[in-house]
Design a protein around this ligand. Structure first.
Ligand code: HEC
Ligand code: HEC
Ligand code: HEC
Ligand code: HEC
Ligand code: HEC
Length: 298
């Protein structure tokens, strides 16, 4: 009996207290949106909020909207067809674990939701990709928002720093914070480090998953090519000059920063035989990738 008690006590202590552990799991997309609600942030951080709203992070289940379409085909062609050993025949068989293949990075707060939410997202992606606007609007209710970077993903080394605490905003300093729910501010050791972004921007295949997938991989390229070649900028330094918009190539200013082009040309005539002349030019173009990683990604 005493042994059993001891085991139970140990088990209890070992269960990590995550930021949202006190609340019960979200049972619908609406519940999850409420749990990770960031509407209050807009009052005081209006500019940041507007930049973020325009970013792909804000709508990470829809994207360009290639993401929504690709999630739909991952469900229809992958889970329900090719993954014959997944046990999935219909939407109702889908669990959070299956949707992690995409949502591990596209919606990490899914860890705080039930299988019903995984099924709702799968269905909305299929309907949304088929043109259903209500389904698209539903998917846009959740995304990589303030609380994902400033709470859930703000601490990596849990044995060193512990789990992110509920009602705390992690940034670059400690102190009180004016928000009604998030009343304290704590320093995240990684807020200025590339590893914050690397958690989702990928090293390579996701070998941690039962059915590995591969999507974004540029953190691997950053770590193993850019840094060893002497690169010394962080993701934040190159991607946050427009604040929280964090653009990639679709922003012309960001695209312009990516390459240098040197053109060297010589014009001359090519004479196959006396009297003939073909105007000819020799053009040497040197292009160099100045981004902090391979492009394109994925
Ligand atoms: C009532 C106004 C108010 C609201 C609401 C509010 N904030 Fe803040 N926030 C502030 C102020 C003021 C500071 C600066 C505090 C300081 O510098 O001491 C701050 C600081 C921060 C910082 C830290 C910045 C740093 O220097 O590292 C982050 C991150 C942040 N807020 C995020 C949020 C998020 C996310 C929300 C919504 C959940 C939110 N805030 C809601 C007023 C607000
Ligand atoms: C929680 C996971 C996560 C974190 C953390 C994260 N990202 Fe992203 N990021 C994504 C996902 C997912 C997308 C793609 C969304 C879509 O279009 O479907 C994305 C898109 C982007 C894009 C492409 C935007 C475009 O307009 O093409 C850039 C650039 C980017 N992120 C930079 C960053 C930087 C810099 C950081 C760190 C400060 C960061 N991200 C942190 C998941 C994340
Ligand atoms: C390791 C984290 C990770 C996983 C797992 C992941 N993605 Fe991504 N995905 C990202 C990031 C980060 C981006 C943005 C980077 C970029 O655009 O280069 C992205 C971009 C995309 C894009 C292009 C963005 C756009 O708006 O056009 C699509 C499509 C996409 N992901 C679909 C999926 C699907 C479907 C799955 C599951 C089968 C998946 N991803 C799994 C991290 C991931
Ligand atoms: C993809 C990750 C990501 C998301 C999403 C995100 N932030 Fe940030 N935020 C950062 C990073 C990284 C920094 C630190 C930049 C630095 O110090 O170089 C930062 C800095 C800040 C700061 C302090 C610096 C400043 O610019 O004033 C505030 C305040 C802030 N964020 C609020 C917000 C709010 C509010 C939201 C949601 C609307 C949000 N953040 C969403 C990553 C994110
Ligand atoms: C030296 C500056 C620099 C650094 C460091 C850097 N980037 Fe970039 N990144 C760029 C530029 C410039 C582009 C635009 C490339 C283009 O036009 O295709 C870009 C493009 C991207 C894209 C879009 C690529 C695509 O094909 O969709 C993503 C996502 C991205 N960066 C994320 C990151 C992340 C995450 C980090 C840190 C691990 C990082 N970047 C580090 C400069 C940088």
């Amino acid at each position: 009996m005493r042994v059993l008690k001891l085991i139970l006590a140990v088990l209890f202590i070992a269960v990590p207290l995550t930021a949202f552990a006190a609340e019960k799991k979200a049972n619908s997309i609406d519940d999850l949106a409420k749990m990770y609600d960031v509407s209050s942030c807009k009052t005081c951080h209006a500019k940041i909020f507007e930049e973020w709203e325009k970013s792909y992070h804000a709508t990470s289940l829809v994207g360009s909207p290639r993401t929504m379409a690709t999630i739909a085909s991952a469900v229809k062609d992958g889970m329900m067809k090719e993954w014959t050993k997944s046990g999935i025949k219909k939407i109702e068989d889908i669990k959070v674990e299956h949707m992690m293949s995409c949502l591990k990075c596209h919606l990490p707060q899914i860890k705080d939701a039930t299988d019903a939410v995984a099924q709702e997202i799968a269905k909305a992606a299929i309907d949304g990709a088929a043109g259903d606007e209500a389904a698209q609007a539903k998917l846009k209710k959740v995304g990589i928002n303030c609380l994902v970077c400033h709470n859930q993903k703000a601490l990596i080394h849990k044995w060193t720093d512990g789990e992110p605490e509920a009602n705390v905003i992690y940034g670059n300093k400690e102190g009180a914070h004016a928000d009604a729910k998030f009343k304290a501010m704590k320093k995240s050791p990684i807020m200025k480090e590339s590893i914050l972004c690397g958690q989702c921007h990928g090293l390579g295949p996701n070998f941690d998953l039962t059915e590995p997938t591969q999507c974004a991989t540029l953190y691997g390229s950053y770590l193993h090519a850019y840094v060893p070649a002497g690169g010394n900028k962080t993701c934040q330094e190159c991607h946050m000059d427009k604040g929280h918009f964090m653009p990639g190539y679709r922003d012309p200013d960001q695209a312009k920063k990516a390459v240098t082009v040197e053109v060297d040309s010589t014009g001359y005539y090519f004479l196959p035989k006396a009297g003939d002349s073909i105007p000819t030019a020799k053009v040497t173009v040197k292009m160099m990738n100045k981004a902090g990683h391979r492009i394109p990604d994925g």
